[in-house]
Design a protein around this ligand. Structure first.
Ligand code: 5GP
Length: 199
């Protein structure tokens, strides 16, 4: 199957009208997450990892990832905002909701939607390490290596390497919209103009 084909083209899904290109299809995401889950299952056998998602972008990823990990585990969520209402990193990281579980002595897996400049995760890793977890690793669905400003330590799992595109879908937003797009896509340039006028 053509990986760029839109599997929902038969549906009148209005979001797809704003997408210039499907970079990663639903099927590709599903298959890769199954591999990541199996690998994590092997690596953490005999342990009780805590999988932490950074909201809101990683909410959809963690839901699929934990179901692909064949182990007992716990889940927790952290609210963190690193972007303003646009497509450029502000470099400012704000904790809007902290973890509910204590991570001291736990094996932490951070489920992240995308690593771009690395500023967000570098900051977060530093903060979480001070809480003395047994170990801490990042599982990112997407990695934009070309844009890295700060190298992130302990990136154990990467779903897909992507080029320098601003992507949406599968949890990733543009001005809070497009999170419910089932695949990873690139917006049509006209969308930016339209949304700027609307907002
Ligand atoms: P970093 O701090 O690594 O530059 O950025 C991390 C966060 O920026 C991600 O968790 C995500 O919320 C946002 N981000 C980075 N690149 C993109 C992108 O291409 N699309 C969207 N929607 N958000 C992005």
């Amino acid at each position: 199957m053509n990986p760029n084909a839109n599997p929902n083209a038969h549906l009148d899904h209005e979001i797809y009208r704003d997408i210039a290109e499907v970079l990663i299809s639903e099927e590709q995401i599903r298959a890769r997450i199954a591999e990541l889950g199996a690998q994590i299952g092997k690596d953490y056998r005999g342990k009780l990892p805590i999988v932490v998602a950074l909201l809101k972008g990683s909410g959809i990823f963690i839901a699929d990832l934990v179901r692909a990990i064949p182990l007992h585990l716990t889940m927790d969520f952290m609210g963190i905002s690193s972007y303003g209402a646009g497509t450029k990193s502000s470099g400012v990281v704000k904790i809007t909701k902290d973890l509910e579980e204590t991570i001291e002595g736990r094996h932490v897996i951070i489920a992240e939607d995308i690593i771009d400049t690395g500023l967000t995760l570098s900051y977060l890793m530093k903060m979480l390490k001070q809480r003395n977890p047994a170990s801490i690793k990042v599982c990112t669905l997407l990695n934009k290596q070309a844009r890295r400003l700060l190298e992130v330590e302990n990136v154990g799992y990467v779903g897909f390497e992507i080029d320098d595109h601003f992507v949406v879908g599968y949890g990733l937003d543009y001005i809070q919209k497009f999170r419910n797009l089932p695949c990873i896509g690139v917006l049509k340039p006209s969308v930016y103009q339209t949304f700027q006028v609307e907002n």
